[in-house]
Each structure stands twice: as structure tokens, then as C-alpha cells.
Design a protein. Structure first.
Length: 378
């Protein structure tokens, strides 16, 4: 082979390598956007680059979950990488959930969670949502039965349920989510379980070995929850969990405060933050946050904070009935006779004993005057 021909072949080979290299470079660059937790989340990137995904978000905000589902399903083949694929599947699973198709939702959330090639956050959110869909106050009893059946029917979830203790099973489920990444809702429920266990099962024995372990576990989860709030404070999607999360954090902190293991002002600050964020988000005032805050106040202070309790409960009245959510009405009504709601029954009796207007509202839901014979600490 003459030198000129050899030189030409070498030059062509180098050019081919360069072209291939540049093509791969730009392909990989396109496949791997510089995601972060603020301005370049997978969701924000998808909204900019995937029209069907953006359309799905619009339908979802309007509450048209069927059309949103169709849009997300069209968006899925357009995913540019595994991060986007996992995120779109998460949206599809969420639409199944919001449309009441819980079995399909849980199956897909589990599929996302177990795929280690997907983004860590979407995997953690998927496990969290499996637990959260059961815990949401608006979830009906019928829906909870379906959710329970599908949640604990396969590994590793089946190992979480022992002796029919679903509260413990869900704590373990949220701990599984946290092992992937500690998210605020998961951590608030974990904290809530340990604080509630300390207050009720351990009878507030905070100085015992078991009590000390519960306090440590609660405080650890509270810290992780606050860390996640800091991480996602500039993320408009993830920060959507904040209104509910602050109320759940207040409940956990409140149980610690009631047994003397935490400054009660921390719990009050969380409750107030949650109530304010719920109002800012445009939700009706008749949600469970004021009830949870008032329940903390009456259990911690009794009648000493009667004015604050009345102010907090003022949203619950027949005059304000249109702004009270149905699941709140159902809870208040059912607590009178449903043995599984014994804690709420006690709280409502205490609150009705302090606030005569609230008592009138409960009576309008089927309670009797004789139900409010419990004495409130002065």
C-alpha cells in the first residue's frame, strides 16, 4: 500500500472516530440532563421538553385524571433517559391512584421502587406514596381495604406485616422508603409512630430504656424531615407536601411534648405553619389540621388554653358546613361509635367539654349531650 493511500485511510479513520465520538457525546449529553433539586428537577425538564407530559400536568391540575393518564402514557415513549422514564411512570401510577385504580397504582409504584436504574428520589417517592395513599384522611374505608390487600402481598412488603399490626407495618414501609432516601412525609410518619408509641403504649415513660429509644428515633426522624424540607424548599412540586407534612410533624412533636420530652412550642409552631400553608394553598378551612392542633392543646394544657382552643375550632360549625370536608364530617360522626376511633372519641369529648359551639356542631352530627360528661383538667 503506498504512503498516500495509507495516509488517506488513516485520516478517514480518524475523522470517523471523531464523528462517532461527537455524536455519542451529544447523545449522552442529551440523555443525561444536569438534574438538581431546584430549577432542573426531572419534572421541570420534562415540562420543557415533553409536550405530552406538560399536557398531562395540566389535566391533572384540573382534576381530569383520565385525560392526564392518557397524556402521560403518550409521554412515556418520549423519555430521553431512565430518570425521565421513572418520573413519567410515577405520574402514571399517581393518576391510577387519583382515579381510584389502587391495585394498578400500587403495582406500578412497586415496579418503580425496585428498579435500581431509576432515580433514587422517584424510587423513594414511590414507596412513600404506597403508604401515604392509605394514610390520607380522605381515603375511604373501602379504598383502604383494597390498598391493604395489594400493599402487603409481595416482598419485601409482606415481611412488614406481623400479627395484623398495620400501624407497625406502615412504620416499616416508611422506613423502607427512607432507606432509599429520607423524604419528609415518610419521616413524619416514622416520627409519629415512635412518639405515639411512647405516649400510649409506654405510658409516657420517657426515662426508661425503651422510652429513651423511642425519643431518639422520633428526634432522628424529625431532623431528617426538616432536612428534606430544606432540600426541597425551592422545588414547587416537592414543596407541595409541606402543608400536610407540618401538621404530621406537629402531631409527632405534640406527643413528645405531652409526655414532657419536647418543648411544646415546637409542636405549636409546626401546627400553625401547616394551617397557614393549607390556607395559602387554597384548601377549605374545615380540614383536620385545626382539629389536630386543638387536640394537642386540650391534651397538653386542658382548659388553661380554652380561648385558643375555641379560636382554633371556630371553623367547625353548621354555618360553615360548606367549607368542611366530607372526610372530616365522617370522622367526627363515626368517632362516637367506631371503636377503632377511640382516641378521636376521647379528643372530641374533651374539646366539646371546653367549646360549647363545637359541642353543638358535634350534636348536629348525631352526638348526644350525655356524651360530654368527661371532665377536662383545669
Amino acid at each position: 500500500m503506498n504512503k498516500k493511500r495509507y495516509f488517506v485511510l488513516v485520516l478517514m479513520t480518524l475523522i470517523l472516530i471523531s464523528v462517532v465520538g461527537l455524536t455519542l457525546f451529544y447523545y449522552i449529553k442529551k440523555q443525561r440532563p444536569a438534574y438538581n433539586s431546584t430549577t432542573m428537577t426531572p419534572t421541570s425538564v420534562l415540562r420543557q421538553t415533553n409536550q405530552d407530559f406538560s399536557t398531562g400536568d395540566s389535566f391533572s391540575k384540573q382534576g381530569d385524571y383520565k385525560q392526564a393518564l392518557l397524556s402521560y402514557q403518550r409521554a412515556l415513549p418520549q423519555a430521553e433517559d431512565l430518570v425521565q422514564e421513572g418520573q413519567i411512570k410515577y405520574k402514571i401510577a399517581s393518576m391510577y391512584e387519583f382515579d381510584g385504580r389502587y391495585t394498578e397504582a400500587i403495582k406500578l409504584f412497586k415496579e418503580i421502587a425496585i428498579n435500581t436504574k431509576y432515580d433514587t428520589f422517584v424510587r423513594a417517592y414511590s414507596v412513600q406514596e404506597i403508604g401515604y395513599m392509605y394514610k390520607k384522611p380522605a381515603t375511604t374505608k373501602e379504598a383502604r381495604s383494597l390498598i391493604l390487600a395489594e400493599t402487603f402481598n409481595s416482598a419485601p412488603y409482606d415481611s412488614f406485616l406481623t400479627g395484623g399490626d398495620y400501624d407497625l407495618a406502615y412504620r416499616k414501609l416508611f422506613e423502607y422508603a427512607s432507606s432509599i432516601y429520607p423524604l419528609v412525609i415518610s419521616e413524619s410518619f416514622i416520627a409519629g409512630w415512635y412518639a405515639h408509641d411512647l405516649r400510649f403504649n409506654l405510658k409516657g415513660a420517657s426515662t426508661t430504656s425503651a422510652g429513651g429509644e423511642n425519643i431518639f428515633a422520633t428526634l432522628e426522624s424529625l431532623k431528617k424531615a426538616n432536612d428534606d424540607i430544606t432540600r426541597t424548599k425551592d422545588d414547587p412540586v416537592a414543596s407541595g407536601y409541606f402543608p400536610t407534612a407540618y401538621v404530621y410533624l406537629g402531631i409527632a412533636q405534640g406527643d413528645l411534648a405531652i409526655v414532657g420530652a419536647l418543648d411544646p412550642e415546637l409542636a405549636e409552631a409546626s401546627f400553625r405553619k401547616g394551617i397557614n400553608l393549607i390556607a395559602t394553598a387554597g384548601f377549605n378551612s374545615g380540614n383536620l389540621a385545626p382539629y389536630n392542633y386543638a387536640s394537642f392543646l386540650v391534651n397538653k394544657y386542658g382548659a388553661k388554653r380554652s380561648n385558643d382552643i375555641r379560636d382554633t375550632l371556630s371553623v367547625f360549625s353548621t354555618a360553615n358546613s360548606k367549607k368542611i370536608y366530607p372526610h372530616v364530617v365522617n370522622l367526627f360522626r363515626d368517632a362516637r361509635t367506631d371503636k377503632s376511633l377511640a382516641e378521636d372519641y376521647t379528643n372530641l369529648k374533651l374539646l366539646g367539654g371546653i367549646d360549647s359551639n363545637f359541642k353543638k356542631y358535634l350534636i348536629s352530627l348525631g352526638w348526644n349531650e350525655s356524651d360530654f360528661t368527661i371532665k377536662v383538667a383545669k
